[in-house]
Design a protein around this ligand. Structure first.
Ligand code: CA
Length: 622
């Protein structure tokens, strides 16, 4: 009898575990992506490859993919940029205003919903670049959500009830959060957004079990009359001059992160310098570490191990926060553990992820701000005209970037990376000679849209910023000579299949761009691309042949696709739709009902032979 008394609780635990699904701990995260059954971290794997070994949907049958079910995600109020997660027969989704949904993946019915009730009217104006949220994390039975207003919350994955809450940043300090939290060694890693505002960028680590603060890494040095937080910042201060700290300096952290447990390093990308022109940071000719950089730090302590700065002395909003992807790639006959980034600045970078050594870099889109990269160091050879003053210059890429947050994916079979690319973006830059610092709001220090009418479009990531009232100088007509693949006529957005081993383009096909949607690649020999015009398109991974296309009728505000296995069947899911957008300067929610053309956000789930009706197309605008 004695053994039975011991065995019973163990049995009950076993049943409970089976009902709850495999627990997401460090080991599960390290191994995720091997079966493709789940999607339990933002980038699909810790290496952020967005590759799935699933092959039930493949080149032979992809044309049969259809909608299985859809789920309404409330009123929205911005682009749905989140990557949903799938775990324990449940899809976890977060909307642009950080409302978290748990949806039963078998029935498409809500299991729970958690609305953090962000004070939208108060916070809206403190979010520099769009009310968005790119995703969630899962750890030890908890869903971890980073809220736009700077809170970090852990919710019970079964009930949606809060387990702990921590404070990362305050809106009053011009910070917001838009990136998906990641888990490394039991810690939640999260950074802050807002380099178009006067802020000092940082990222922090919190204990994932308790929410207790662990460490914080500022990406730019503070006031040098006070002690530096660490030796890396003391070193960084040598690359600044004047009184940069009074404006914060920028370098915010809002998208790319990866974790290599073997190297015991996390990798983080940092954003633009603030204000944009180096001259207004009183740092002309200085590198301004660690803006526009890729940083490798120890997950236990936040100690900086190495850095690589793609854009020294950035003046062009070339945030280097884009997806950081880890892979093993054979370069010149030698297997290398690499970190890769398709940077806003138009170059594809391949680095040794253990040492930070530059391996190679080539333009994957039209580039005019630089002539190329130094072959040894990767430092850009910047065109002299790119260092603009009050006289305007037109440069490629523009601040929207050749590649922005729309995720790319890496297929180890083809060896190709599928990059949603704006091949031909550009913007005209001119420093605002009358720039004065505002304590809140946009402080980018450039004249918006110089030479209007007929000028280039506003940079998309600062749309809504107050235009300068300064007199507009005419744009300087010629732009410096271009390098990189020649953009096709009249086609700005392309899906580019890039070979990182040889740094060459293997194929490209029209559609998509640096912002919106994203890609997923599978062992079925497929690339799934969500395009911001509402389409899901499936290509063959080797040649880029279009195999299937579905217009979801969710026009705009599209998020990246995931795939998973449930009851022996493969599914593809993503979010999209904008909903009711309130202008950032509005203090009251409009009393008028939303226009009939409003597309409310949805989660869409597709399967082979899915027969559900797609959302209705929007009525024509009046
Ligand atoms: Ca920026």
């Amino acid at each position: 009898m004695h053994w039975r008394r011991i065995l019973l609780p163990v049995l009950f635990t076993g049943i409970a575990m089976a009902q709850q699904g495999r627990r997401v701990d460090d080991a599960a995260l390290k191994n995720t992506g091997k079966t493709g059954d789940e999607w339990i971290t933002y980038g699909g794997t810790l290496a952020e490859t967005r590759y799935s070994p699933l092959n039930q949907i493949n080149a032979m049958n992809a044309s049969g993919l259809g909608l299985e079910w859809s789920f309404d995600l409330g009123t929205g109020g911005g682009n749905q940029e989140a990557t949903p997660l799938f775990w324990n027969r449940t899809i976890y989704a977060v909307t642009n205003w950080s409302v978290v949904y748990a949806i039963d993946a078998r029935t498409g019915k809500q299991r729970w919903k958690w609305d953090p009730e962000i004070n939208q009217n108060a916070v809206r104006g403190k979010i520099c670049c769009g009310v968005v949220n790119r995703g969630l994390a899962i750890f030890q039975g908890k869903i971890i959500a980073a809220l736009n207003d700077g809170r970090l919350q852990a919710l019970d994955a079964e009930t949606g009830k809060p387990v702990w809450e921590a404070r990362v940043s305050y809106p009053q300090d011009n910070y917001s959060i838009t990136m998906a939290p990641r888990i490394a060694k039991g810690k939640v890693i999260i950074g802050v957004s807002g380099s178009e505002y006067p802020v000092r960028g940082f990222f922090s680590a919190f204990d994932a079990e308790t929410g207790h603060f662990a460490w914080k890494f500022y990406t730019v040095p503070g006031d040098p009359s006070k002690p530096f937080e660490n030796p890396a910042l003391k070193k960084a201060a040598e690359t600044w001059s004047g009184q940069w700290w009074k404006l914060g300096g920028g370098g915010t952290v809002w998208d790319g992160m990866a974790y290599d447990p073997e190297a015991d390093l996390i990798y983080i990308g940092t954003g633009n310098g603030g204000p944009w022109p180096e001259e207004l940071r009183q740092s002309k000719g200085k590198d301004n570490l660690y803006v526009c950089s890729i940083l490798a730090v120890k997950p236990d302590t936040g100690e900086l191990k190495w850095y690589f700065q793609p854009v020294p002395g950035d003046s062009w909003d070339f945030d280097s926060v884009q997806q950081l992807m880890l892979a093993d790639v054979t370069v010149k006959g030698r297997q290398r553990k690499v970190l890769m980034q398709a940077n806003k600045d138009g170059f594809y970078y391949v680095l040794d992820r253990v040492t930070g050594q530059f391996i190679s870099g080539q333009p994957f889109a039209k580039v005019t701000w630089a002539k190329g990269l130094n072959e040894e160091t990767g430092r850009p050879i910047i065109n002299p005209e790119a260092h603009y003053g009050a006289e305007a210059v037109t440069l490629s890429p523009g601040p929207g970037g050749a590649h922005n947050w729309a995720p790319m994916s890496f297929n180890p079979t083809t060896g190709l990376v599928y990059i949603p690319t704006s091949t031909d973006s550009s913007s005209t830059f001119a420093m605002d000679p009358n720039f004065t610092v505002k304590p809140v709001g946009t402080n980018i220090g450039i004249i918006r849209n110089p030479g209007t009418p007929g000028g280039p479009p506003l940079p998309p990531d600062v749309a809504g910023a107050t235009p300068s009232t300064a007199k507009l100088p005419p744009p300087k007509p010629p732009s410096p000579p271009a390098i990189g693949p020649t953009p096709p006529e009249g086609q700005r957005g392309m899906l580019v299949a890039w070979d990182p081993a040889t740094q060459t383009e293997r194929w490209r096909t029209p559609g998509g761009g640096s912002i919106g949607g994203g890609t997923l690649t599978t062992a079925g020999g497929l690339v799934f691309q969500v395009i911001n015009d509402g389409r899901l398109v499936i290509y063959s991974a080797d040649k880029g042949e279009k195999l299937h296309e579905i217009q979801t009728n969710l026009r705009g505000g599209m998020g990246p696709p995931i795939t998973y296995m449930l009851d022996g069947k493969q599914y593809v899911a993503f979010m999209g739709g904008v909903g009711v957008v309130v202008p950032r300067d509005a203090t009251q929610t409009p009393a008028t009902p939303p226009p009939a053309t409003t597309i409310f956000p949805k989660l869409l789930v597709f399967s082979m032979d899915g027969k559900a009706a797609l959302p209705s197309p929007p009525p024509p605008a009046q």
